[in-house]
Design a protein around this ligand. Sequence first.
Ligand SMILES: Cc1cc2nc3c(=O)[nH]c(=O)nc-3n(C[C@H](O)[C@H](O)[C@H](O)COP(=O)(O)OP(=O)(O)OC[C@H]3O[C@@H](n4cnc5c(N)ncnc54)[C@H](O)[C@@H]3O)c2cc1C
Length: 372
Amino acid sequence: MSKIHTLESDVVIVGGGPAGTSAAISLLLYTDLKVALVESSNLDNLKVGEHVSASIFDLTDYLGIERENLLNQFSIPSYGSTSYWGSHLPSKNESILNYEGQSYQLDRKKFDLHLIKKVADLGGIVLPRTTCTIFNQDPNNHWTISATHKLEGEMSIRTKYLIDATGRKSSVSRKLGIQSKKIDKLIGVGTFLTSSSENHKNCHQQMIETTELGWWYTSTLPNNTIAATLFTDADIVSKMKLNEPQKWNEALASTKHVIGKLSGMHSKSEKLYIRDASSQINDCSDYSHFIAIGDAAISFDPISSMGIGFAMTSACHAASLVNHQIKNENCHTTSQFQNDLNQHFNSYLNTRKKYYGQEKRWQESSFWSRRI
Ligand SMILES: Cc1cc2nc3c(=O)[nH]c(=O)nc-3n(C[C@H](O)[C@H](O)[C@H](O)COP(=O)(O)OP(=O)(O)OC[C@H]3O[C@@H](n4cnc5c(N)ncnc54)[C@H](O)[C@@H]3O)c2cc1C
């Protein structure tokens, strides 16, 4: 019979994206708690979502991530965006938020890996290729987690505090029976393209264009790559088979501007990526010594470019709350954290509604009529 490995840690964070790693770094830098970070992938999976405002520097400074690295190794500057939203005429609207100053396109894979490495450098235990299967909480609110490592086999992890940072799937919350409040079924279907043309190489511009089906987004990434994504609803994707390259290309051909921007470029893969991009919120306040952060707490429509910034901010706030709760058993501040999340989400929903309301050309179409 194979041996079950056991591990003890003050805090266990499930999910090694920007939220999970930021929470881990924050705890390791500013508290004396022991931290374990569990990530199901082998750290080389495809990452999408890359546009951030310059305000990310406040967060990365707080987390001790060198600006030089961020600027020179993991990002390129974005020289603005052209948007055809609500009109066939171009506008320079960046997103539903009016960011001030410069914005950047991250190399997500490098950025996320750098954060994971920082967790390990600070003494955190990083467990990649590990899937948590069972979560049990005892009367003292301590957790025992059963997990499986691809090579090492079964593990049992004991912890005082559990953090769900598993992204939109919010896998831990789901296992605990927490239902998310889902506002829509937005899906991003896209591909990465590349070109050897100098024109494409230096065009650090984003483009947004609406069509009857939804909206298209293209952005230039580091390494001479452009990401092109169609955002539409799950039922529209299945009805029109937009997950098939031929149908997706036909939809692309019906755009007026995005098709021109991508001309002369070729796809890096024959397969399209398909990502949940829905807006949703989870309420974890019924549980003690458990919290969700990043997309597992609230996920935003990518038109907002709020995801990465929120993932990191919510993680830093949660880290302080976790430390407080572990050290001072009688304080109940999770409900305050949840109230703040609810307010943030309601204010986001109002802005989202106003933004989608600006597009009046296809009010009869399934996609747009659901959003006005
Ligand atoms: C198409 C698209 C475009 C986007 N564009 C932008 C953008 O331009 N700007 C922006 O700010 N945001 C954007 N976003 C949103 C952004 O990507 C997310 O908000 C951000 O990645 C959230 O970080 P996170 O750490 O909460 O979750 P994630 O980045 O999803 O990380 C979750 C991690 O948990 C791991 N995991 C999942 N389940 C388990 C499990 N059971 N056990 C262990 N590990 C697990 C995953 O492997 C992953 O590493 C976009 C999203 C989409 C879908």
